[in-house]
Design a protein around this ligand. Structure first.
Ligand code: AMP
Length: 379
């Protein structure tokens, strides 16, 4: 059952965004075929796949046909419904397993799992009514952040509550059956660890990177983060514990807040390659995408060594406001690599691509990537 899926075989990807695209590029480079499945057409992943299946995730007959056509199924989008993963699992191994999706696709479940595993999370309460919310605020204090339990990402489905008087408006605005109230963390910085676990339990990681957000969306990742060795050790041990306890086969990202007193608190988990690991595509011996491929195929995991300091900057749809960005200007900055995801419409806030700058030191890489991004719209 655990025989490796070897080059020449077909990998199925549930979801069709940029993560699937970069995964498919890694897979095709190693001689695999790729099928992608999502409700859309002409997608970032579909454009570089052998076959693009367009169907609803709820169309379980079609999901079954898709799973029959491939040797192993992975996903690039964790909000795939549980029934979709369960159907695929009847015909092909799904890695990571549907149980990992189940735990991580709902905030209350994820945080409860982490707490029970003895891992440090932002203090939280599960909230199902306005009176629950009042009680949670009195226990955790204000400010606090109320987040929907389902389908939240990039700050969507979140409301900050500055005082108990703001509870009712926040509850009405979120309009959800279940939410999580989190204490507001006045953090020093945000960091993450992208890691992978193989079919045989092998573990590798990409060190600790710093993530800077703008409007709740990742803006810049600095790899490696400038933090002490003790923080790196602790963050990696926490990541290892998460992957082992969840029995992940594949890549998973642990996002943390690093508090001003030097404490690491898990903010959330992403059971897949992550935006904060994009630097690895250009900067590491084995990228997070190739690592996902190796893990889900049961191949030995690759060396993660980072060859040069790197900084990644996201390109959002906003930079198209004045017309097509000046790609040539960005490409003229030494050490800068351009990635575009092939998305058909540039909307504000939509992740359209990224730049990665490589340089002998992190400061120079940050300067280069920001200069390249400014150059895109400088005309
Ligand atoms: P999330 O979608 O939960 O990752 O939240 C997006 C961003 O909002 C995070 O990366 C933080 O910058 C900010 N944020 C979320 N939760 C908190 C919190 N409890 N305290 C402070 N900032 C937060």
């Amino acid at each position: 059952m655990n025989r490796p899926v070897l080059p020449g075989a077909t990998i199925g990807v549930l979801g069709s965004g940029q993560l699937g695209r970069m995964f498919a590029i890694a897979a095709r480079r190693m001689g695999y075929r790729v099928h992608t499945y999502s409700p859309e057409e002409d997608t970032p992943t579909g454009q570089v796949s052998d076959v693009e299946w367009s169907g609803d995730y709820e169309d379980l007959d079609k999901v079954a046909q898709f799973a029959r056509a491939v040797s192993v199924v992975t996903f690039e989008f964790e909000n795939v419904p549980a029934a979709t993963a369960a159907t695929a699992e009847r015909f092909a191994p799904v890695r990571p397993a549907g149980s990992v999706l189940h735990t991580t696709q709902q905030r209350a479940r994820e945080k409860t799992f982490l707490t029970q595993a003895g891992l440090p999370v932002t203090p939280f309460r599960v909230v199902r009514s306005l009176s629950d919310l009042h009680r949670a605020i009195s226990e955790l204090g204000a400010p606090a952040v109320l987040k929907t339990a389902d389908f939240g990402y990039d700050g969507k489905g979140q409301v900050r509550i500055d005082s108990p008087a703001g509870a009712e408006a926040a509850w009405t605005r979120l309009a959800t059956a279940e939410a999580v109230l989190e204490a507001f963390i006045d953090f020093e910085c945000e960091v993450s660890v992208v890691a992978a676990r193989g079919v045989d339990g092998a573990f590798v990681h990409y060190g600790v990177v710093e993530n800077r957000h703008s409007r709740h969306i990742l803006d810049v990742t600095i790899a490696p983060a400038v933090v002490g060795a003790a923080i790196v050790k602790q963050a990696v041990e926490i990541a290892r514990a998460v992957l082992e306890k969840l029995e992940v086969v594949g890549v998973l990202c642990v996002e943390f807040f690093l508090t001003r007193s030097g404490e690491l608190l898990i903010n959330e988990l992403a059971p897949r390659p992550h935006n904060s690991g994009h630097f690895s595509f250009d900067a590491c011996v084995t990228s997070q995408f190739e690592q996902q491929l190796r893990a889900v195929c049961g191949l030995p995991l690759g060396v993660t060594t980072q060859m040069m300091p790197a900084v990644m900057a996201n390109l959002l749809g906003d930079i198209w406001a004045e017309g097509e960005p000046d790609w040539a200007a960005a490409c003229s900055v030494p050490g800068v690599k351009l990635h575009l995801y092939g998305k058909l419409a540039a909307r504000p806030g939509r992740k359209m691509g990224h730049l990665t700058a490589l340089a002998p030191d992190g400061g120079a890489a940050l300067e280069a990537v920001l200069a390249a991004r400014r150059a895109l719209t400088a005309r």
